[in-house]
Design a protein around this ligand. Sequence first.
Ligand code: GZL
Length: 350
Amino acid sequence: MGKNVKKAFICAILSLVLLSGCGIGYGEEKEEPVTEAENEDLIVVGFSQVGAESDWRKANTESMVKTFTRDKGYELILEDAQQKQQNQITAIRTFIQREVDYIVLAPVTEDGWDTVLTEAKDAGIPVIIVDRMVNVSDPELFKCWVGSDFELEGRKACEWLRAYCESKEIAPEEVNIVDIQGTAGASSQIGRTKGLKDAVRANGWNLLEEAAGEYTQAKGREATSRLLRKYDNINVVYCENDNEAFGAIEAIEAAGRRVGNNIAAGQIMVMSFDGVSDQAIDYAKSGKISCIGECNPLHGPRVEKIIQNLQQGVTPDKYEYVDEDIFSGDSTVTSIEVDDEVYTIKILGK
Ligand code: GZL
């Protein structure tokens, strides 16, 4: 088609569009844009996610994205906060403006949510908390919560360590631990740290230092390197997630030390939480990670069940705890008991 003919053709199309009212003509009443979701009668879910700091977090996001699909009747609006609470607060306000049907919040830390959750409540939008907990003045500011018992995760891992040391006749006073903590103020950090500190007091271990690991491999490596330069008697590195453990292993080997269970032979034991990635499981099988406290990230189906219940007027449980195991590549300890509950250790085959 020649250039002039093409120009005339485009002008004709444009004038047809304007005349037919598909475009917005001058003086016409501007219709409020109807969102696609309203057109298709989808349930609109606004999800404020912490970030992408760890394998666990990525698996958690994937679980939500795979669950809340358009062909199942949902529109998911996913906002990644890059681990900053202010970004999550902004995201929640955006969800309120967009009049979503549900807000799902994975809070980076426990405090600082009263104001924005009050705004969501005043807007009549139900809020579902996943993973970590929020510390709010009024529990009515959220509909319900689903996640892990992080203190129990810590207690189970430490009970495994106590049983292991007892079996290998390692005296409590010979256990010298450093704690590579997760994001300060996150429920998972608070709980796993408390589980360790209570076990240190109960068993007579030495907790040499707590260091920030922020759930990342880089920080885990940096913190472990610093502690190895400061202390020459570390024999347990308690990492509050797998990615920190990967970094700790790098640091220990870079320092010319060996990672493993054989504390008596001078090896340094690495403990961890999550158990989400193949790398973590492989490390557990090889003994580079001695014990992993499972932290299950697959909250998508759990949140969908809550939303379906709410859609049908069924009130969900206020708090839903996820059952979790404990893994090891070493069969020295086959079961542990915490609060009169017996947990079988999942021994990972080589
Ligand atoms: C635990 C979750 C933690 C994971 C980390 O439920 O909050 O945050 O253990 C993640 O891997 O970064």
